[in-house]
Design a protein around this ligand. Sequence first.
Ligand code: ADP
Ligand code: MG
Length: 486
Amino acid sequence: MKLDPTVMRTMCKEDYRVLAAVELGMKTHDLVPAQLCMQIAKLRHGGANKVMSGLLRDKLLSHDRSKGYDGYRLTNSGYDILALRNLFQRGVVAAIGDKIGIGKESDVYIAANKEGKQLVLKIHRLGRTSFRAVRNKRDYLMKGKDNQATSWLFMSRLSALKEFAFMKALHDVGYPTPAPLAHSRHIVAMSLVRGSPLYQVRARNEVSVQQAESIYEQSVTLAARLARHGLVHCDLNEFNLMVDLSGIQNKLNPSEDVGGHYVRSSGAVVRGPGALSHHAVLGRDTGPDGTSLVDGTGEVVTEEPVAATERLANGDPVPIVTLIDFPQMVSTKHPNAKELYERDVECLIKFFSNKLNCVSGDGDDDMREGWRWEDVAPEAGGGGGGGGGKGGGDAAKDAEGRLDGELRASGFSEDSSRRDLELYYFDKYGKVEEGEEGGEGEEEEEGGGDEDEDEDEDEDEDEDEEEEEEAPDLVETDASATFQDL
Ligand code: ADP
Ligand code: MG
């Protein structure tokens, strides 16, 4: 799905107010009556038609008369714009660049903040692929209403919220994850991770056997450490491990990109590997006044990279492995946790033995020593507390103990919307099948995704007024929400 933030340059306060009103209305209405939109948005009747038709023209709203009344829904784009606006107003993001990743459940974009430093936006898009369990339980999921489109928006939001909460909890105790910066609705903002997903690194044949061994060791150690903390990743494979073979670290924050790349107020990247890409600047202000990007050629680098990297015995830099993609994680108390954990570890062993030839064959049982469920899971007497043992990681940092209870990871939750999300992910990641690759290479184009459509009504030109007053953010503003806040 294409994200076009340029409409934001001409949007005014009333436009955002109406979008937020439709969003709020959709919590209770599949199709939000025009009158209710006006009421929530507190728009004078005269101005309303013009605002509505502008939003329809830009495909931020869709219009439907099938229920015998004039009704509106937010489109995916409308939801994107609301979330972006919120992140923009909070100073998290000031420009959007190229799409850098397409997962099964997301679109991932490079972006930049108002200092011009690049970051990443992961836009959760649930409902894009097929998922039988959720569909079979449709009545339950949709709570008896025919509001499938609505549910995907809110499920995407829930997924982003969960991802943010998990990333933050893990990052806080020293896991190598991207730095979680903020979230709004279905978008998570995080630091840009240097390097590439492991499957790409492997495809480019760049990695030495020694480096591959190190990546393997770090990866299974992560799986075990998570289990000691009471968590299973459930999609731990070459698509969700980012690898930086240069081994160059950021002194202040090892998981954050080194030095960063900066964007000029024109939107062009001026430094770093993304130097050819272009960023669409959000908002209308381009002056150096805090609402716009600054020229990144200046001395804005705050984090010094460590020049001397750690080296392996053969002299190669120790690769830096970063774990990404958290919304499907579950607690080790989940009824299927053992199988899910074992699948994660087996997937890794298979990849490293078959594709990178750096560990012995996947039938070799010795190599599982120290990483068995019994060795690591608190439920199986495997310790807990994250520290100690072969996969223990940094015991001092892990002294906090279990994280799953704190996060109310799946398997704990009694809350129905969280269970919906669990059901969704369980259908996608939960089935442990023989010969499964666990990958995300293929994408099924089926089902649930609502699409932007409808373009009736007359067209009006927007006046280009300057409106920087706070637009109502009726649903969500809290940057530090945790999973408990759902
Ligand atoms: P999905 O849940 O859809 O699989 P992921 O979180 O795995 O989404 O992200 C998809 C792709 O986007 C990744 O494989 C990676 O290439 C890229 N990506 C995600 N997060 C980052 C990040 N913080 N820095 C750099 N690239 C990222
Ligand atoms: Mg992924």
